[in-house]
Design a protein. Sequence first.
Length: 329
Amino acid sequence: MPLDRVLLDTLTISSPVEAWRQIISTALEITSKPLIVENAASEVIKRDREIGTLDHCLSSSSWDLWQDFGDAVERTSDRLVRWWAEPYSAKAVLILDGLSLRELPWLMQGATDRGFTLHEVSASASELPGETDQFAHALGMAGRSKLQNNGGGSSHKLQPSQTEALDLPWKDCEALVGNAPNQIFWHHWPDAKLHDGSGAGHGLEQLTKDVAERLTSDEFWDFVERLATGRRLAITSDHGYAATGHFPDADGEVSQFLKQTFSSGRSSAGAGDTGPFVPPVALQINSPHGAHLLALGRRKWRSAGGYPTLTHGGLSLLEVLSPFVELTK
């Protein structure tokens, strides 16, 4: 599917800030359209391919925009800190680990159907590379697990708050929401499910079915209502994920380079060789987390044990953009 001419002109002529604004607006327009359970898997795959057109442009002709990503797009960690400073009398944050823009329709439809008020639906940037630990560290947390059982301590940036981090059914999570005015709840899903099915070959279809079941359930929305009762609630994630089961195979020297550089992953710590290829297949990104090599665009390669069909840490739009949904009840 060719890019819209106006969008293509924006990517090639406009400032990086304007280019990224338009990229994110287009990605949100594609992913946020309503879904129905019966055809969710096929529709999500169709949307994934549509966004692939943008990814292809960003990796084949406009790859320099990735060097501006960290400055041009507000990071989710900074967005949360800024949001936390707003003068709401009570607030809550629900981090769904690995939630991507693909899952936005279920949150938007469910909130509307169940009488919530949607105040904002937007997208912000993951850390680079898009990994859980980097996101936790950006919020001043030692790690995700440290939040369990109100163990967040006093050093992180979302203070004061009661904290929790675990992977339990929604009904059990609802029972753990305390009476403190400010709550932070980091749930391991869907990332845990993502990695469970990452090697199955049909990861996106399986995950989409699981997402539809969970995010339309009464138990999930009872949990959300418990968090939102008397509070302003933000739902977001630490990073998204790439559905590499639908990526083309790299071959020849490109495949060998990517395999040697990244093994079965999407990033490698430290400065290093980005290869002799034009367009590039990897970029060095310098971020607050240091220098990293990141796989660029939608490519997979042969690796021992098979390349995972759902993964994150590289440079593609649905890996590095996180939904940000703000609501009240």
